[in-house]
Ligand binder design. Structure first.
Ligand SMILES: *Cc1c(COP(=O)(O)O)cnc(C)c1O
Length: 223
């Protein structure tokens, strides 16, 4: 089956219409993304700034690009002019830089706060206490060029469904608490980005509004 057919089939059979599919095209060449594009799908995710910029330059401009990976502050400037959503905001230093680059580009940049929900130390993300402290601050209130649209998280890489489910439940809990305390009058704060090829079914059951899927659509990656 072609990549384009994979996407169509996946959208028709696996994803409720209220969940957004981010097709994760990292490591795949532009030819493959063009093939995927034939399906009509327009939302793609990358995890490296340089690769994202190169693909943005070479591919049709109606693609909505999502930055899903860990990002260094000094690279925000390269994607600020065109990126649709930055999923992995895991420090407030990064958020301040995103704000600065948003101002330079005269746009408000949509972001998700990434939370550390997995048992693995290697994964990135904020914890609730640091998030609350920052969201209460005047510094945060003055960031006029970022728009916080919700939260993102990655579950532990494990076969244990109960672990994954508990971690996704924790992210939903974090979302609900932040919504209630800081974002009750921000309609845009509504996204929960969770679920990848191995755990998207659980993520959708637990309330994901966005899933980030690579290998199911594009095949395994060779790094
Ligand atoms: C690579 C990646 C994905 C997609 O992973 P698959 O297992 O191929 O679906 C999702 N989210 C992030 C942050 C990634 O880096």
């Amino acid at each position: 089956m072609s990549v384009s057919e994979n996407i169509t089939k996946f959208l028709n059979n696996e994803i409720p219409s209220n969940v957004k599919l981010i097709a994760v095209s990292k490591t795949k060449p532009v030819e493959t993304i063009l093939e995927a594009y034939q399906s009509g799908h327009r939302v793609y995710g990358e995890n490296k700034v340089q690769e994202l910029v190169t693909k943005y330059e070479q591919l049709p401009k109606d693609i909505e690009w999502h930055m899903i990976g860990h990002m260094q502050s000094n690279k925000v400037k390269y994607i600020a002019p065109f990126v649709s959503l930055i999923h992995g905001v895991d420090t407030f230093k990064l958020l301040k830089v995103i704000n600065k680059e948003g101002r330079k580009n005269n746009r408000k940049l949509d972001c998700l706060l990434q939370f550390h929900i997995a048992k693995e130390e290697t994964k990135f993300g904020l914890d609730m206490d640091e998030a609350i402290e920052f969201l209460k601050s005047d510094v945060f209130k003055n960031l006029e060029h970022v728009n916080i649209c919700g939260v993102m998280g990655m579950a532990t890489f494990t076969e244990n469904e109960a672990t994954i489910r508990a971690e996704f439940k924790e992210l939903v809990h974090i979302f609900n608490e932040l919504k209630k305390t800081f974002f009750s009058d921000n309609e845009d704060f509504k996204e929960i980005s969770m679920g990848m090829s191995n755990d998207y079914k659980i993520a959708i059951e637990e309330g994901a509004t966005m899933v980030r899927i690579g290998s199911i659509l594009f095949g395994a990656r060779n790094y």
